[in-house]
Design a protein around this ligand. Structure first.
Ligand code: ADP
Ligand code: ADP
Length: 223
């Protein structure tokens, strides 16, 4: 069981409190939506999970069973609307390099597992294609494959389907459900209420840097 938690996390930019006493407690197995108006703190939280920002106070922790994981960001993968990939490298080469220019420590994907991940995502046929030649939906699958290979525990999907077709969105949601089913933590940020209804067991509503309410299970389809 993986657990992502945080207590009273704050982050200020000058006089602005981007995060203002945020509490988090998310366990593996569910897909949790993060909703909230512009300026609510979603991007700040995303950057913090990705290790691009540190909290002024409070801390995000990740535990695996009884083990507290160091360097949480190494275990967090953000899947972006615009995939962060190297367009002039092949799929295989992209998988070999860490996301956003960082190497994942000593994790170098060996060909067999890379192949298995590509097969699982239905993109093994593209292994030797350059990313620039592939559709956005496939590029995104490469980003997901890279995260799976780097052994990420937390997958944060940031407006992942804004540019996808209905069919591609369905396939993406299926992959998110698979990740959750295999014991990962899956987070979804979106402005589309309907996507929450389709995928999430729980929605956290963020406003002014704090979770103001939480909507669970059956209530989601009633809202
Ligand atoms: P969201 O992603 O929900 O729209 P953000 O996390 O981007 O919210 O922003 C939360 C608040 O923090 C907003 O008031 C925003 O203007 C402010 N903010 C975010 N990043 C910065 C920054 N780098 N410098 C100054 N203010 C920032
Ligand atoms: P393809 O038809 O492209 O060969 P499949 O439809 O067989 O691939 O899909 C294989 C796996 O990849 C399924 O688990 C599916 O959910 C996932 N998948 C397909 N398209 C996407 C996508 N755009 N984003 C994320 N996962 C996807």
């Amino acid at each position: 069981m993986i657990r992502l938690s945080g207590k009273a996390i704050t982050k200020r930019y000058g006089a602005t409190r981007a995060l203002d006493g945020l509490d988090l407690d998310i366990a593996s197995g569910e897909i949790v939506g993060i909703a909230g108006p512009n300026g609510a703190g979603k991007s700040t939280l995303t950057r913090m999970l990705a290790g691009e920002e540190t909290a002024d106070s409070g801390e995000i922790t990740l535990t695996r069973g009884d083990t507290v994981v160091d360097e949480v960001w190494r275990r967090v993968a953000v899947v972006h609307q615009e995939p962060h990939i190297w367009p002039n490298m092949t799929v295989e080469q992209n998988l070999a390099v860490g996301r956003e220019g960082r190497w994942f420590g000593d994790i170098t994907p060996e060909p067999v597992s890379a192949k298995a991940v590509l097969e699982r995502l239905g993109i093994a046929g593209f292994a030797h294609h350059e990313l620039a030649d592939l559709s956005l939906a496939v590029q995104q699958r490469v980003e997901i494959a890279r995260a799976m290979l780097s052994d990420a525990d937390v997958y944060l999907f940031d407006e992942p389907n804004s540019a996808l077709t209905e069919e591609e969105s369905e396939a993406l949601f299926a992959t998110m459900a698979e990740l959750a089913g295999s014991g990962k933590i899956v987070l979804l940020i979106t402005h589309r209420l309907n996507d929450f209804v389709r995928c999430c067991q729980r929605i956290l509503v963020l406003r002014d840097g704090r979770i103001r309410c939480e909507i669970r299970g059956a209530e989601i389809s009633e809202t």
